[in-house]
Design a protein around this ligand. Structure first.
Ligand SMILES: NC(=O)C1=CN([C@@H]2O[C@H](COP(=O)(O)OP(=O)(O)OC[C@H]3O[C@@H](n4cnc5c(N)ncnc54)[C@H](O)[C@@H]3O)[C@@H](O)[C@H]2O)C=CC1
Ligand SMILES: N/C(=C\C=C\C(=O)O)C(=O)O
Length: 487
């Protein structure tokens, strides 16, 4: 329990006003295991109120010029940047990640999301073709779709929420956002900045609560024609079913089982630390994290030794500790789920080289009830194992050897997911060839998570439907109309 300290009470943000809710959910600080915040447990009534506000705000907001909307987004970015530290501390407490990561990645990227779409909205052009034999000119115009429903997960709370809000409102839509019930605080803090930045009431509405209650009410609402979702594959299936009767536009950004392919000519000085980071950053709770590492046989032992040594240097500690590389996992249930995967691997005869069940986790007394685990490296594991097939979404990675390029491409592609991959080699021809053959929406060669926001982001196969980015998000959040002029 939270002891004598008052709990932080969040409120929904509808039509520019903070509104209390009839019932509330407990929200935990993952680094202590204590309830510290209460989140509205919204449902159909709150969604109906948000839809009414978004509907009323749409004509005015969509009639603004892109330049006017851009100015509002830029003010929002500036205000967020001025409060960066406050947001970083709040994100860390709510999610369990280190303050350092929130300060250097989550909040700066949220600022960048607003700045990026404030700029990119100014540069779209439409198409025009002529048909002289028929005396016709054809051109396209794009219009905002209407009210956008935005559902975001708990791993990168403000980062992914703003990645949806910014392009949606830049294009002239009004929005109803539903952050994860596990991490609602920075979304609520953002509402205070919306007012200051001059976002008109009703343009951005935020309803808090669980997926089955408020999430489904939003997805099922007939006046919300477009849904952008980031989260798990089973939830995406449910959203697809609920939105099917309304033929909604869907963008689904889902999970991954991302391979790292390390050839014998890789530069291990760069590859080892980057692959440790790609496996364990944000406690492994990023859909882009590496969870299957394929290493060419001739360097397998050398890589494994260096990789385990580097993983053991990755300190797990209080999120406020500047020397900690990893904080707490999101929840007790998630921690248990991740640990279960390690147990399954062990029962199948795999070897756990470091981390869970092998090394001792040392934490300050105040964090001992938190949801921490050590970064864990598994080897001697079959490709058919659940740990090599299913998304674990925690600090667990598997390392296995391979012989040939052809073999490793086949094995890398053998899972249901196709989100991100890394390829490590100094042979330029090989990196192009392998990148082309991988079934993956994103391939990073000799690096990881260097993002170019202009270009398409998203996955193949069960990793999702649609792409996000400057042009892709613009196309998703607008409808195209083709006009023919006979002259
Ligand atoms: N981007 C990614 O790849 C992510 C993947 N995951 C995966 O999903 C697993 C489960 O995590 P969850 O938090 O349960 O993910 P989730 O997919 O259930 O939650 C994501 C968002 O969807 C909402 N939601 C849940 N059920 C819904 C429904 N029926 N209708 C509308 N919205 C709904 C949630 O409230 C949250 O805002 C994780 O262990 C991880 O494997 C989780 C978060 C992000
Ligand atoms: N969607 C996720 C990460 C996106 C990162 C980016 O846009 O840079 C995720 O982890 O769910």
């Amino acid at each position: 329990m939270a002891g004598t300290r008052a709990l932080l009470m969040l409120e929904n943000f509808i039509d520019g006003k903070f509104l209390p809710c009839d019932s509330y959910l407990d929200s935990y600080d993952p680094s202590t295991g204590e309830v510290y915040c209460r989140v509205p447990d919204s449902g159909k009534a709150e969604v109906a109120a948000a839809v009414a506000a978004a509907r009323a705000a749409f004509p005015g907001w969509s009639a603004h010029s892109p330049q006017e909307r851009s100015q509002v987004l830029l003010r929002l970015a500036d205000l967020l940047e001025q409060s960066l530290e406050e947001f970083a501390v709040a994100e860390s407490r709510d999610q369990g990640k280190t303050i350092t990561l929130a300060r250097t990645m989550d909040i700066p990227r949220s600022v960048q999301n607003f700045r990026f779409f404030a700029s990119s909205i100014l540069h779209h052009t439409s198409q025009c073709t002529q048909m002289d034999h028929a005396g016709c000119l054809h051109y396209t115009v794009r219009e905002p779709v209407g009210i956008a429903g935005l559902i975001s997960p708990w791993n990168l709370p403000l980062y992914l929420l703003t990645w949806k809000i910014a392009p949606a409102i830049a294009a002239g839509n009004t929005v109803i956002a539903k952050p994860s019930e596990l991490t609602s605080v920075t979304a609520w803090m953002l509402c205070q900045l919306l007012q200051k930045a001059g976002v008109p009431p009703g343009v951005v509405n935020i309803v808090f609560g669980t997926g089955p209650r408020v999430g489904e009410a939003l997805v099922s609402h007939p006046e919300v024609p477009v849904i952008s979702f980031t989260g798990s594959q089973p939830t995406a299936e449910r959203i697809t079913q609920l939105s099917a009767p309304h033929c909604k536009k869907l963008s689904l950004e889902l999970g991954g089982k991302n391979p790292a392919i390390i050839f014998e000519d890789a530069n291990l000085e760069e590859c080892v630390p980057t692959t440790v980071r790609s496996s364990f950053a944000n406690q492994g709770e990023i859909c882009l994290c590496t969870s299957r590492i394929f290493v060419q046989k001739s360097i397998y032992s050398e890589f494994l030794k260096k990789f385990v040594e580097a993983t053991r240097m990755w300190k797990v500690g209080s999120p406020a500790d500047p020397s900690a590389s990893m904080g707490a996992l999101i929840s007790k249930a998630h921690l248990e789920k991740v640990r279960r995967y390690v147990k399954i691997a062990r029962a199948e005869g795999a070897r756990i080289l470091c981390g869970e069940g092998v090394d001792r986790l040392s934490l300050p007394p105040g964090n001992r009830a938190g949801y921490f685990m050590l970064p864990t490296v598994i080897t001697d594991i079959k490709d058919e194992s659940r740990c090599m097939k299913e998304e674990i979404f925690g600090p667990v990675t598997c390392v296995v050897p391979f012989d040939s390029e052809e073999e490793v491409v086949k094995r890398a592609n053998s899972v249901q997911y196709g989100l991100a991959a890394t390829v490590w080699s100094s042979n330029v021809g090989r990196v192009h060839r392998v990148a082309k053959k991988l079934q993956s929406g994103l391939v990073w060669t000799n690096c990881w998570l260097i993002r170019e926001l202009n270009l398409p982001f998203g996955g193949m196969k069960s990793s999702g439907v649609g792409r996000e980015g400057a042009k892709d998000s613009y196309e998703f959040f607008t409808e195209s109309k083709t006009i023919t002029i006979k002259h």
